[in-house]
Design a protein around this ligand. Sequence first.
Ligand SMILES: *Cc1c(COP(=O)(O)O)cnc(C)c1O
Length: 840
Amino acid sequence: MPKPLTDQEKRKQISVRGLAGVENVSELKTNFNRHLHFTLVKDRNVATKRDYYFALAHTVRDHLVGRWIRTQQHYYETDPKRVYYLSLEFYMGRTLQNTMVNLALENACDEAIYQLGLDMEELQEMEEDAGLGNGGLGRLAACFLDSMASLGLAAYGYGIRYEFGIFNQKISEGWQIEEADDWLRYGNPWEKARPEYMRPVHFYGRTEHTPDGVKWVDTQVVLALPYDTPVPGYRNNIVNTMRLWSAKAPCEFHLKDFNVGGYIQAVLDKNLAENISRVLYPNDNFFEGKELRLKQEYFVVAATLQDIIRRYKASKFGSTEVVRVDLTGLPDKVAIQLNDTHPAMAIPELMRILLDDEKLPWDDAWDICVRTCAYTNHTVLPEALERWPIELFQNLLPRHLEIIYEINRRHMERIAALFPGNEDRLRRMSLIEEGDQKKINMAHLCIVGSHAVNGVARIHSDIIKASVFKDFYEVDPDKFQNKTNGITPRRWLVMCNPGLAEVIAERIGEDFIRDLDQLKKLRKFVDDEAFLRDVAKIKQENKMKFAVHLEEHYKVKINPNSMFDIQVKRIHEYKRQILNCLHIITLYNRIKKEPNKVWTPRTVMIGGKAAPGYHTAKMIIRLITAIGDIINHDPVIGDRLKVIFLENYRVTLAEKAIPAADLSEQISTAGTEASGTGNMKFMLNGALTIGTMDGANVEMAEEAGEDNLFIFGMRVEDVEAMDKKGYNANEYYQRLPELKQAIDQISNGHFSPKEPELFKDLVSMLMNYDRFKVFADFEDYIKCQDKVSALYKNTKEWTRKVVMNIAGCGKFSSDRTISQYAREIWGVEPTLEGIAAPDE
Ligand SMILES: *Cc1c(COP(=O)(O)O)cnc(C)c1O
């Protein structure tokens, strides 16, 4: 059998088709050697693989510099409206290959590295992921940066430069172990520190109400040190900036205090202030009301707003270089997008600046604030909504608390005038929740302080209007919008699946990379045997490559002809990895019962991190590894069923796993997954989806045709009806023998023979207080999986559905999402034009 082409060889074919040039190979080699010598201070005798990676990274980075400076100069001179995307998370993953793709350098670099006798893939493996995010929300921010640059928007990502990103997950005896992610240990070649733009951020203190305004005094100061990372657009010579703040103690920190232990202690105490940017909180869809987290949220907001206002005031005024003196025109020149409520403090902080520093009257300040800010809601799960105790605020941000009270007073006055005597509505809509402990509802603050509020998929936007934010929708219906999420086709197709990108480009050209709607042209190839064969062949190659990776890393033998059935996402009860487990156990029991029947072989892979404090999620991981330990070693089962827990799921592992998937598991309880973006990555990479009518799955079914996905289970309406009637797990357990058998096996220690009681609590949860109604969807899920297995035997019919899915993917480009934000929220116009290339 001929060896499958390496990714490098495939890209060479793409370059024949004009995806990249090979002109500058010798120049790249020269620069690589120059960096190895002058930057790394090594020669080829002593250089490590990591040195070679850094030499290549610097060589590629050099190609960004001129474009970056030119783009920023261009913005300064033309003064377009700026877009600020504020997020506590940017889940960027690796940067090297993405930069090469967007700058059309990949092919030339491959050739140069090859000529130097080195291995490109090996060098790329040396790069650490920038894991500054938990899951979908942080990855969305990263996809948006790529799209904003590719669409020529004058946009900036603002966040925190965590010294430690999302933890590294190890599996030890079946349990999750967390290790600190020391991603900066060897240095980060993609960032540039800008100490000259350092800014003070104040905490604690008290307010003084004086005749000439309010003063926030006796504060403690922490400095915010910016680090800039270039964000190149796709082949348009635009390079935008992601600016991440790092906390620095001022030089005089604690030194003037007489009651601390003197000079040495004062220097040691600098750590306390610098802890603000130490580590990413590892919760996905969960609110943890810790003071340090509130400090992080205010820190990024306070530093960013100073930057925004400085840039606004210093920009050119039309064609003349006049410095703007007031902020009345801010909403015409600045849009601030809040990625969830995490940066919600931007609203009271902007008000504080407008009122106390700029001395504007309240009404003028409020008008500027609302017209500038917009808020994206990411979840309806109550445990995820930020509700900060008043005492924390009182202590840490006393002036902001006063401002929030005043915002609320006026808001309550308006609602009371609209609904006289409706005390209950006032209570429901207040920014302040009464109770044992008074709390600030940050979502309410964001809705009131923004001119636009959006959900992230159509069904989610409908749900927030009909339930969680119904009261707000009734008073301001025009505020509420939908912006269905998307993913960047550069990283999630061209970069991670060059083989598929190539067979598509052979049929419809390569314009789909900037205009993903063009994938619909593939519909006319749905009966083209040669195209179906090409698509199936690429999938097989991706599976082989991933199987090799798995065998290297986990010492498991994989059947590459089995169906690769993959569920990768954070571990969460609402995402229902347990439902997947129950299907696996059902397959196992069926094979054991009829071992001589012909079964569709499957390799089921599940991966994802559990928040360290989320006990049930950790038990779910333990359940998956336990099931795998029994099934994978059962000789009767053989290679017809394997269960693999994919360790340390992160952006880089997603890029390897998703192109190898046949089946994508998107099985949340209807109404709980706001959008999902993993679902879109699988669809674009030629996997079929088994899923519920939840999040963006609904729109995926609409775009690809419902027959081309495996949809099962309760709809939102069914779930609501069941909530009214009451969900009774035992009813399903008694009625469905395969469910009963699986649950009994989990609870009697079949999968944990050394510890028969291990999953007692998990089973008790499923039987007695399962908020996500796993059993209610079991029967339909199993039936649907049976259809999946049957279809998988027919490669041609399967592949036809794959093609219909790829052809229906256009809507799920983050370019489409960003174009809609630009036009419908930010008031700016996207363009594919770009700017001229710099002389290099
Ligand atoms: C896309 C992505 C996610 C989001 O996946 P969902 O299935 O939408 O939850 C999470 N983690 C990583 C690493 C991703 O790349």
